[in-house]
Write a protein that binds this ligand. Structure first.
Ligand code: 26W
Length: 812
């Protein structure tokens, strides 16, 4: 493909699709035409990929997830197709700014945070490693809300991402599936066999919209299938010619379409909302039925299902796959229980992403019974058999049966269902997996020791380094060649350059350029000027008590106090950047946003303090914004209360872009520390063991830390004397949560240790050679955290799937 060819194609596409010439076309029309041209290349490979998988009878993994946080696709698709440069050059030669054109794509924000973004990184790695993998998700009409900050407060606006056509999707009417809700189950005996008939249910039509997932430098194009709930007049019985039926129909249509209307904005907090449960079953039932239809075309016995299909469930959200697969095998396929159960258990694998008790799903029994009467019977039976097995085979666990049961005290424990019904249970970082085994899921680990395994998370280096930070990618390639792109673990080859002043200077220059880009964005959007020499310190992730944005703020307020006490103080200037959305109902988290903005207001306008410090809360943190911030970061804040962050993946993205981590011994921070060594990470705070000890003994006294540490008192008192706010607001609730509710997340306990660690950061930064060396060491070890490594482990150890080469198709 040359600039000339592409210019010609673009002109033709503009004419055929919009009836416009280049001069008349809007940026949006140019964007859409480019997508259409790309699709002309992608679609033949897409078809070829599916055909190859069918012909080879490849085993396929289906990744079921309620969230896929894709972000924009145009650039990463072009990158993977090897066409990014020629497309950019062509646009520039035609006097379009490529960045402006790419900006026409609305982020696909079909996820909250880590879990959804992980699913998106996994899809990219699956396709790039030529692995037969399918994503199954929901095509929410509204993605995660758009965040505005008004007077320092978060305000949520709907994210109508489908306003302009979504260019990558293809609607597949021919693949529609019927999903059934409610009704009653009639049990009859025919020839001595039990039959279950489902009556009076509500029918919902599930329509798949397929999104192609393009592999890097290969012909593989996998599929992400997003299901949309739709109604058709065919499914509604008009009884009379009177008008009511029409209104009934509209009501019915609305109630059905609600199912895929919006993504719940809750992250790590379970709320028993009926619509959410409907969404889960909708995904599960549509997804499973479509898998079974496809499997049947292979003409293989059902007993061999797990040789062809493996289903990975992303947290417990899709854990109804266990009873739904049982239902299909028992009722539709007429298998016996034992056979159906063996097939189900061999086919399903479960990933756990959190140990927070408030995030573990437990649905009320009667809700499940009303919505899915047949599934309820099946879950009941699974539970009976499981509890009986415990009673007879594990006498030592008898008294634990009530806490291990799937169904107990009127609730259904989805994690228990997922563990009992699957062959693999994995955590997402070493520490997290050991906490599952030794504490949170301990009795299950006794019963199923071989099911537990670890798969430390990863991120796609193609999006997060190659595409987001082309400057850094370029100097790496100049130094060590291009092998690292396909084998990211080879990034270790830059380690010998860590002490090379010439290479350090190159890294410094790239970081500086990235900071200038970010500074320009900040100037444009926030009219805030940031010092070129300032440390860029970033804390970007969902807002949550355990992630301790508050601890970061306490350090900032402490620095502010220090500057006020000593106006001539010497300090490396720092800009503290926050990006975070709070769940709309999470009051505490929203107050932390307000506090951040109040502190920012005070500091940024202070005549002397603002010379040293700046604080900025960036609105509407999402994938595209992350791609801007991360390449410019010096310091990566990973300061969760030890034991609470399952893995974290932002820590990996920042490390890969040369930021140094200040972090607790939590999640994947521990493994990052093992790779880079203690000298190249700033570790602080109490350990997960200490947290468990405090919780067991119940002897943590937050007030003691307040009383004993003058610096901490000086910080906290500013929350309640209206220093950061007018008369109308103060931050009493935050203050009380720390002192009267005894500081659930050990902010006060870790304050001193955090401050010392931040001082080490400051000192270290002053020695730029030393800093750059550490930065390069981090980049060099970041290959271990590529999602290619993670996906290879899943493929070999859990899924047992093989790469399948798709024959090359000439690019049009
Ligand atoms: C039902 C409400 C709800 C919604 C989402 C409960 C729990 C969740 C997720 C499990 C929360 C989540 O995103 N967890 C994050 O998963 C990442 C990917 O494994 C990890 O890196 C993060 O540490 C973990 O918090």
């Amino acid at each position: 493909m040359t600039v000339d060819n592409l210019s010609q194609l673009l002109k033709e596409k503009l004419t055929s699709s919009f009836g416009k010439s280049l001069e008349e076309a809007t940026t949006k029309e140019v964007f859409q035409s480019i997508c259409l041209i790309m699709k002309d290349s992608i679609h033949p490979n897409w078809q070829m990929t599916q055909q190859t998988y069918d012909e080879n009878e490849s085993k396929q993994v289906y990744y079921f997830s309620m969230e896929f946080l894709l972000g924009r696709m145009i650039e990463t698709n072009l990158l993977n197709m090897g066409l990014l440069d020629v497309y950019k050059e062509t646009l520039t030669s035609l006097e379009f700014n490529p960045e402006e054109v790419f900006k026409e794509e609305h982020d696909a924000g079909l996820g909250n945070g880590g879990l959804g973004r992980l699913a998106a990184c996994f899809l990219d790695s699956l396709a790039s490693l030529q692995l037969p993998g399918y994503g199954m998700g929901i095509r929410y009409k509204y993605g995660l809300f758009q965040q505005k900050v008004v007077n320092g407060y978060q305000v949520e606006l709907p994210d109508y991402w489908l306003e302009d056509e979504y260019m990558w999707e293809t609607k597949r009417n021919d693949k529609a599936i019927e999903v059934r809700f409610g009704g009653t189950v009639e049990t009859t005996t025919i020839n001595g066999e039990l039959h279950f008939q489902h009556h009076d249910y509500e029918r919902v039509l599930a329509i798949p919209y397929d999104v192609p997932i393009v592999g890097y430098d290969n012909s593989t194009v996998n599929t992400l299938r997003l299901w949309s709930a739709e109604s058709t007049t065919n499914h509604f019985h008009f009884h009379s010619s009177r008008g009511h039926d029409y209104y009934h129909y509209l009501d019915y249509k609305r109630s059905i379409e609600k199912i895929s209307e919006f993504l719940y904005p809750d992250d790590s907090y379970y709320e028993g909302k009926i619509l959410r449960l409907k969404q889960q079953y909708f995904l599960v039932s549509a997804g499973l039925q479509s898998i079974m239809q496809k499997y049947k075309k292979r003409n293989k016995p059902l007993q061999e299902l797990s040789k062809h299909v493996v289903i990975q469930i992303n947290d417990t959200h899709p854990s109804l796959v266990v009873p739904e697969l049982m239902r299909i095998l028992l009722d539709d396929e007429r298998l016996g229980w034992d056979e159906a159960w063996a097939i189900t258990q061999e086919t399903v694998a479960y990933t756990n992403h959190t140990t927070l008790s408030e995030a573990l799903e437990k649905w009320p029994e009667d809700m499940i019974e009303t919505l899915f009467p047949r599934l309820y019977q099946i879950i009941y039976e699974i539970n009976e058999r499981f509890c009986k097995m415990l009673w007879f085979d594990y006498p030592e666990l008898r008294e634990k049966i009530p806490e291990m049961a799937i169904l107990a005290y009127g609730q259904i424990h989805m994690a228990h269902l997922a563990m009992v019904g699957s062959f693999s249970i994995n955590g997402v970082a070493k520490l997290h997996t050991s906490i599952l085994k030794d504490r949170v899921m301990k009795p299950f680990h006794i019963v199923y020791p071989d099911r537990f395994n670890n798969k430390t998370n990863g991120i796609t280096h193609r999006r997060w380094l190659l595409n987001a930070n082309p400057g850094l990618a370029h100097i790496i390639t100049e130094a060590i060649g291009t092998d690292w792109i396909k084998k990211p673990e080879q990034l270790v080859s830059i380690l010998p350059y860590a002490t090379d002043p010439a290479f350090q200077d190159l890294v410094a220059r790239v970081k500086h350029e990235n900071k200038q880009n970010l500074a320009t964005y900040i100037k444009q959007h926030y009219n805030l000027t940031i010092d070129d020499e300032a440390i860029v310190d970033v804390h970007i992730k969902r807002l949550h008590g355990y992630k301790r944005q508050l601890l970061n703020l306490f350090h900032i307020i402490h620095l502010y106090n220090t500057c006020l006490e000593n106006p001539s103080i010497k300090m490396t200037p720092r800009i503290f950047i926050f990006g975070a959305k709070a769940a709309p109902g999470y009051t505490f988290a929203k107050q932390v946003i307000k506090l951040t903005n109040a502190v920012a207001e005070k500091i940024n306008h202070h005549p002397t303090v603002s010379k040293h410090l700046k604080v900025l809360f960036l609105e509407n943190y999402q994938v595209t914004l992350a791609e801007k911030i991360i390449p410019a970061a010096d310091v990566s804040e990973q300061i969760s209360t030890a034991s609470k962050e399952a893995s974290g993946t932002g820590n990996m993205k920042l490390m890969m872009n040369g930021a140094l981590t200040i972090g607790t011994q939590d999640g994947a921070n521990v493994e990052i520390g093992e790779y880079v060594g203690n000298d190249n990470i700033f570790t602080f705070g109490i350990t997960s063991e200490e947290v468990f000890q405090y919780q067991m003994r119940g002897d943590y006294r937050a007030r003691d830390y307040y009383n004993d540490d003058r610096r901490l008192r000086n910080v906290m008192d500013l929350l309640v004397n209206q220093h950061f706010s007018g008369d109308d607001v103060d931050f009493k609730d935050i203050f009380y949560s720390l002192l009267y509710n005894n500081d659930e997340y050990f902010v006060l306990r870790d304050f001193d240790s955090y401050l010392s660690s931040q001082q080490r950061v400051d000192q270290c930064y002053q020695n730029q050679r030393d800093w750059l060396q550490k930065s390069i060491v981090n980049i060099g070890h970041s290959g271990a955290f590529s999602s290619d490594r993670t996906i290879r482990e899943y493929a070999e150890e859990i899924w047992k799937i093989q790469p399948t080469t798709v024959p090359t198709h000439p690019i049009l």
